[in-house]
Each structure stands twice: as C-alpha cells, then as structure tokens.
Design a protein around this ligand. Structure first.
Ligand SMILES: Cc1cc2nc3c(=O)[nH]c(=O)nc-3n(C[C@H](O)[C@H](O)[C@H](O)COP(=O)(O)OP(=O)(O)OC[C@H]3O[C@@H](n4cnc5c(N)ncnc54)[C@H](O)[C@@H]3O)c2cc1C
Length: 407
C-alpha cells in the first residue's frame, strides 16, 4: 500500500470527522495506510461535540430496555410513519435479548476505553480526561434493583459501587442531598470538552501524515478498483471508503441501494455558569427524570433525555427546559453561557452500531449507528475498521455488529 497521501488513489477515504470517523482515520494511518478524512465542518463539530463526554465502561446494556420508555418522548407523526422500526426496537428491548448484545458491547467498550486513555495522552490533551467515574442516581430507595444492576455489570467484569445518600454526599459534596440511591461506575472516565478531544485526535492524525479535507460530500460511486467521492470542490479517489457520517449515514447509503434502518434519538444540551464553590466532580445521571449534568470546560452541561423524531424536525425545548429546572434542584449554577444545542443519536433497531464491510460492494466499510455511546465506542470502532481493511483480525469480536444483519 502507498505510504503517503499524494498518490492519486488514496488507500482509505473516511467520510465524516466525528469521533467514529477520526478514530477510523487515525487507526488506518497508524497501520501505514494513506488516509484522507473528509467533513464539511471542523472535526468534532456535530454529535461528537454536544454529548455528555462520558467514556463509559458500563453502558453495555443497550438502551432500548423497558426503563428507556419512561424517559422517551415519541413524536406521533414519526411513529406512524415508522411502525417497522418501532416494532423491531421494542422486540429487542425484551430482557432475553439484552445479554448477547451486552457481551458484544463489552468487547467494543473495553477496547475503546483503552485506546482513549492512550490517545488522549499521545494527542497532548491528558488534562481533559477525568478518572472520577460516572454516577447514576435515584431519588427513592431502589437499593435492591441497583444491587441487581451491579451484579449484572459484575458478570461482565465491570466494577461499580452502590451508594446510599451519605455515600453520595461524600463523593459529590456540592450537590443537595436529593438522591437516596446511586451507583458509581468506577472504571468510567469523562472529558471536559468532547469537541476538543475529537479535534486533538484529528490533529494527531494530521501530525502522522493524514490528510484532512473540509468539503461537502456530494456523492460516492464505485470507480474501477475503488471509489470516486464527489466533493463540492472536486473529486477524490480511494481504494476503500469508510462511511462514518453518524446520523447522515443512511441518507448517503440509499444512493448505493442500501436501506439502513437508522432512526434518530435526538437530545439537547445547554451549558451554565458554575458556582466555583459548588463544582460537580463527575457526570451525574438523574435516572428518575432522565437527564445528565456534566462538568465541562465552559460550565455545567445539562443534557436532556431522548426525543424520537425526524433528524431535522424543528427543535422542541420542553424536555431540556424540564431537565434544567430539575438540575437546579440538585446543584447551584448561574445563567446560560451559550444557546441550547441539539443533536441526533444515530440508532439502529437493536441499538448496536454497524461495523464492517457493506455486503454488496468491495472496499465499502460501514461505521455508524452508535446511539448513546458513540463518543466512547468510536475509538474501538475505528480500530476494528482499520484492522478489517488490512485483512487483520479486529481487536474484539465484531460478529454482532455485521452490517449484513440489516442490509
Ligand atoms: C445529548 C447527547 C449526549 C450524549 N452523551 C454521550 C456520552 O456521554 N458518551 C458517549 O459515548 N456518547 C454520547 N452520545 C452519543 C455520541 O455523541 C454519538 O454516538 C457519537 O458522537 C456519534 O459520532 P459519529 O462520529 O458517528 O457522528 P458525528 O459526530 O455526528 O459525525 C458525523 C460527521 O459527518 C459529517 N457529515 C455529514 N454529512 C456530511 C456531508 N454530506 N458532507 C460532509 N460531511 C458530512 C458531519 O459534519 C459530522 O461531523 C450522546 C449523544 C447526545 C445527542
């Protein structure tokens, strides 16, 4: 394979510079391939910008479990137009379906966490990662069910601590004592600026000879032994192309005859000026109301729950406003430091991403559908895609993520 990107045909063209695309590009470059990464925006400007910044070891139970429905907002018109997706999503929410998927996600998450801990140091951004875990909380005494969650995590080798009100106050002394039960995912990390972390990884990619092209992707077509990518400012050619366009992936694939059943679990965030005397020490997930509070570089980021609707439907801030009001009852913070942000978690009916080869095209690789955990699992996805392109074994079992399960 060529070892620089100046040849007419690049080894790998990665479409999309979110966490998934940047990780794929970096991993492919680390394997010695020539790589061009394309995005219309700066790396890490979309979904990979606005998330809660949790690098989770413990989010292995796909979120389409019965508990999700308590905090989910369905758009009626979307639901009427997408009955198939809903039926498949609900069928996968049955408890018997969750264990094999948890095992698959465990492999992906463990690989990802290891890579993030290496990359963030190599990228010169070690100050952005916090090893303080992730705290999930309840207002009632739900000790028995939380202990069951702990046991379920332990089955997969994931450590956690169950906390009562006093223990929660001991680790988060600046929140009001509203929570009676909590579970601390002790092996989970978080970052203070997800967008800046993606940018640091992209800079590292460029530093080892990767090419970054900022341009609108217009179309992708097979061309001889490889692929022609039509960009708004010219065409490029690659032997392999990786589709890592997050919530925009299915749209592009339709032009190649693939109908990926991708839906959008939209979410919002807004950041607020923290009270320096009342800082949060880690992301806190209020499981009763379904929102998250994360300490970020710019302030406290409050993220809302899930809104199942069209990707580009007009914003509905009701959930975010309710989340912010509830968060003010937990921790003191000042006025907003930025406008509300909206993003779309790209989700397939089984809540597992697609990682692997497209079934009917040689050199077409799919890496999307990472739902609630793509900021974490983008890293492992990238490593697996790069390995598969080289014909090497991926670093974890990718069977459950095969695109052929839907395409
Ligand atoms: C509110 C919220 C909170 C979340 N919290 C967490 C969390 O704490 N931890 C976690 O692990 N995950 C979290 N997630 C999920 C995570 O953010 C996503 O799964 C992940 O960012 C998806 O990354 P991606 O690279 O697939 O997509 P994206 O980051 O959206 O990247 C896709 C890229 O494709 C580009 N693109 C699209 N179309 C074109 C085109 N035609 N031409 C050029 N470029 C194009 C876009 O500009 C974009 O940069 C959260 C998500 C939300 C919404």
């Amino acid at each position: 394979m060529a070892d620089d990107a100046t040849t007419k045909q690049t080894d790998v063209i990665v479409l999309g510079a979110g966490m998934v695309g940047v990780s794929s590009a970096l991993s492919a470059r680390e394997r010695g391939m020539s790589v061009t990464l394309v995005d219309r925006r700066q790396p890490g400007s979309e979904t990979s910008y606005g998330n809660a910044g949790i690098l989770s070891s413990g989010s292995i139970f796909p979120l389409n479990t019965p508990a999700l429905f308590e905090v989910l907002r369905w758009n009626l018109s979307w639901s009427i137009r997408n009955p198939d997706w809903i039926v498949r999503f609900l069928a996968k929410a049955l408890p018997a379906q969750t264990k094999p998927r948890a095992a698959a996600l465990r492999g992906l998450s463990a690989t990802s966490l290891k890579l993030h801990r290496e990359w963030i140091v190599k990228a010169g951004a070690p100050q952005r990662i916090r090893e303080t875990g992730w705290l999930k909380t309840w207002r009632g005494d739900v000790m028995a069910s939380v202990k069951a969650q702990q046991a379920a995590l332990a089955e997969f080798g994931i450590k956690s601590e169950v906390l009562d009100r006093q223990a929660i106050s001991a680790i988060e002394p600046n929140i009001l004592p509203v929570y009676r039960t909590g579970i601390l995912h002790t092996e989970t990390a978080s970052v203070d600026s997800p967008g800046n972390v993606v940018q640091a990884y992209a800079k590292m990619f460029a530093g080892v000879g990767g090419q970054i092209r900022q341009s609108e992707i217009k179309s992708v077509t097979p061309d001889g032994e490889g692929w022609r990518i039509v960009l708004s400012d010219g065409d490029i050619f690659g032997r392999n192309v990786v589709v890592a366009l997050g919530p925009w992936s299915a749209q592009l694939l339709r032009t190649l005859g693939y109908r990926a059943p991708l839906a959008f679990e939209r979410g919002y965030h807004q950041e607020f000026k923290p009270n320096p005397a009342r800082q949060l020490l880690r992301p806190i997930h209020d499981a009763d109301i379904g929102f998250l509070m994360s300490p970020m570089e710019q302030g406290i980021r409050v993220t809302s729950g899930v809104e199942l609707t069209d990707r580009d439907a007009p914003s509905n801030f009701a959930q975010l406003e309710a989340s912010v009001a509830a968060a003010r009852g937990v921790v003191e913070f000042g006025e907003a430091v930025a406008q509300p942000w909206r993003g779309a978690r790209p989700t397939l009916p089984d809540s597992l991403p697609m990682i692997g080869a497209a079934p009917r095209h040689r050199g077409l690789w799919l890496a999307f559908g990472h739902q609630h955990i793509g900021f974490t699992t983008g890293a492992g996805t990238g490593a697996a895609i790069a390995a598969m392109i080289c014909g090497a074994p991926p670093p974890f079992d990718v069977t459950a993520f095969a695109p052929s399960r839907y395409l």
